[in-house]
Design a protein around this ligand. Structure first.
Ligand SMILES: Nc1ncnc2c1ncn2[C@@H]1O[C@H](COP(=O)(O)OS(=O)(=O)O)[C@@H](OP(=O)(O)O)[C@H]1O
Ligand SMILES: Nc1ncnc2c1ncn2[C@@H]1O[C@H](COP(=O)(O)OP(=O)(O)O)[C@@H](O)[C@H]1O
Length: 199
């Protein structure tokens, strides 16, 4: 679509905001199957960062899908649009100096690549919450797998829709046999290093 718009350059830059906040801002993206632990880890990580005085905000799948993206289904094209809009929101929040956490299934490699092209490699941390389908089904936090197996839900990731695992994520958290505490610690150690890299 051709739009006659010209991008406005802000007088206060991202770097200005980072210096004021005392830390870098970036987007921390959790990807993984439903029930893998994305929301649990994102929320606990946010609490720890908040305690340390870091400006944070958490974007979560179910909340976004009940609001700004309530017009979208779980068909591939709608998932693509879901992720694109979230990446644009994340980009604005990061520009505003906020460490933004996003927890979305985001099952397609192409869609996750698109996030990077919107926000830039340096501003993006991809965390693969690698939990086996068997373990996610055992947890079945929301009862969705049971419904999917009974044919009551279409396009359920891992059951009737694909999940394309990241090839080279910044971090991989295997939760099948790992406590929540040690998973959070592993992520925190990585993020604290990144926070210090002020421009
Ligand atoms: N068909 C199907 N497949 C996967 N997930 C489903 C589906 N239907 C509903 N749900 C619930 O919606 C949450 C996933 O939404 P997302 O926006 O993260 O999905 S996606 O990134 O667009 O693939 C997901 O949240 P999480 O369990 O937190 O991952 C589910 O609760
Ligand atoms: N190491 C771990 N990391 C994250 N969650 C874990 C871990 N071990 C067990 N769990 C449990 O797995 C479930 C994950 O649910 P949730 O965070 O809602 O997943 P998602 O957001 O990926 O759908 C929670 O009940 C959580 O207590």
């Amino acid at each position: 679509m051709s739009l006659n718009t010209v991008r406005h350059e802000y007088k206060i830059s991202k770097a200005d905001r980072e210096r004021r906040a005392g830390h870098k801002s970036f987007l921390i993206w959790f990807t993984g199957l439903s029930g893998s632990g994305k929301s649990t880890l994102a929320n606990l990580l946010e609490i720890e960062l908040h305690k340390k005085g870091v400006s944070t905000f958490c974007l979560d799948g179910d909340n976004i899908r009940q609001g700004i993206n309530k017009d979208l289904s779980f068909e591939p094209d709608d998932r693509k649009e879901n992720i694109r809009r979230i990446a644009e929101i994340g980009n604005l929040m990061v520009e505003a100096g906020v460490v933004t956490l996003a927890a979305f299934v985001s099952p397609y490699i192409k869609d996750r690549e698109n996030i990077k092209s919107i926000i830039g490699n340096d501003n993006f941390v991809e965390i693969y919450v690698n939990t086996s389908l068997e373990e996610c089904e055992r947890r079945d936090v929301k009862g969705l797998y049971k419904k999917a197996r009974a044919g009551e839900i279409e396009n359920m990731t891992g059951v009737s829709a694909p999940y394309e695992a990241p090839i080279n994520p910044d971090l991989e958290i295997i939760t099948d046999n790992q406590s929540i505490e040690s998973s959070v610690k592993k992520i925190l150690d990585y993020i604290f290093q990144k926070l210090k890299q002020i421009t």
